[in-house]
Ligand binder design. Structure first.
Ligand code: GTP
Length: 363
């Protein structure tokens, strides 16, 4: 079985965090999103993953190479972003020998057993099956109307409030028969959600499989942090790497992930639900909770970070306070004593010397 992973796109909300890392290489509970996905595919015996990439393609090639977790990796590159459908059409020559294949949105983390989805797809005999997930607010997603047999009658992308056909939404995980490729126009940007699914539904050959369990789209900071929290909560995940230098007077509140080469000073309290990347330095008397700290960041004494994301090699000086939902970009610097209130984005390499107390600022 082959799987095509959509690994391009910009991911508007998280994009300002990093200029060097595509979001599929963002760490969640100690490893990049793409590793979680490939491991899941490996478990069900997927032999080949086709990574549909555009910007920062070389970062993937450098990180993953030709194979990972026993899954062979092929790269299908677009010169320009081709949307969620165009890249599938572009990979046609790599998919031609498969009667059916999986398609995954790269920014979705789930513990779906793909075998069940495939079995359902084969039993129903349609051309395409979408994994569906029940959510409270469907307006950010593609919402569907399903009949008693699991056939999707209607697919509405990002419905206006109150206009969603149901609370079941497109989970971004599909099984396609090869014939679906004929539904995708060639040579242009195509949205699978807006152009392909409605036509498949019209032809009565689109099915939906309701999945349960863990499912999260990491597209916005809050959900990215939730993904970290949920994965750290799994018993086999979350650990302190050998060689991490944690002062005896520091306190670790599990679950946490602490990477190699990390230093944590006296009286600092780390956790719960916190991932600290490799080579991060944390000074004395710090408090870091519910957060993701990218590799190489420097956090000065008596700083407090709650439910926030700190990018690679950022420098947070002393007595800094960073509040919920804020993003500190790669290489940014936050000066002594600054408070960053919640939902603030600091762009990469920016130096901030004064507190930001108004929410939803991008600096
Ligand atoms: P938003 O701007 O936040 O909506 O982000 P997005 O670009 O991630 O869009 P969307 O959620 O619709 O994307 C679904 C999946 O397709 C994600 O895994 C993206 O990484 C991927 N994707 C989106 N656009 C492209 C594209 O042009 N090319 C490729 N190869 N993948 C894409």
């Amino acid at each position: 079985m082959k799987a095509l992973i959509l690994a391009g796109g910009f991911g508007t909300r998280l994009r300002p965090l990093s200029c060097t890392r595509p979001k599929l290489l963002f760490p969640v509970a100690g490893k990049p999103v793409i590793d979680w996905i490939l491991q899941g595919l490996s478990k069900v015996g997927v032999e080949t993953a086709i990574l549909a990439v555009n910007y920062m393609a070389e970062s993937f090639v450098r990180y993953l190479g030709p194979t990972k977790f026993n899954v062979g990796i092929l790269y299908s590159r677009e010169a320009r972003p081709m949307g969620t459908g165009g890249p599938i059409k572009m990979a046609e020559s790599l998919l031609r020998d498969s009667d059916m294949f999986l398609v995954l949105n790269g920014d979705v983390l789930s513990d779906l057993d793909y075998r069940r989805l495939i079995q359902f797809h084969v039993e129903k005999g349609g051309l395409a099956t979408i994994a569906l997930y029940r959510v409270e607010d469907p307006s950010r997603y593609g919402s569907v109307e399903v009949d008693g047999e699991g056939r999707i009658m209607r697919f509405v992308e990002k419905p206006e409030p109150g206009k969603a056909p149901s609370n079941l939404v497109n989970a971004g995980i599909y099984v396609f028969n090869r014939e679906v490729l004929e539904y995708i126009p060639t040579g242009r940007r195509v949205s699978t959600e807006r152009e392909v699914f409605p036509n498949l539904a019209k032809d009565g050959t689109l099915y939906g499989y309701e999945m349960k369990g863990l499912w999260i789209d990491i597209g916005v900071p809050e959900d990215y942090l939730t993904a970290n929290r949920l994965l750290l909560s799994k018993p086999e995940v979350g650990q302190i790497a050998e060689g991490a230098d944690i002062d005896e007077g520091a306190k670790i509140l599990p679950p946490v992930h602490v990477g190699r080469g990390v230093e944590i000073g006296e009286d600092s309290v780390i956790g719960p639900y916190t991932s600290i990347g490799e080579d991060v330095y944390v000074g004395k008397g710090c408090r870091i909770e519910g957060s993701i700290i990218f590799p190489g960041a420097m956090i000065g004494d008596h700083t407090s970070i709650r439910n926030a994301i700190v990018g690679e090699n950022a420098t947070i000086e002393r007595w800094v306070k960073i509040e919920s939902g804020s993003l500190i970009g790669d290489y940014a610097e936050i000066a002594d004593g600054v408070t960053i209130t919640h939902d603030v984005t600091i762009c990469p390499s920016k130096r901030v010397e004064e507190s930001i107390l108004e929410i939803h600022q991008v600096m």
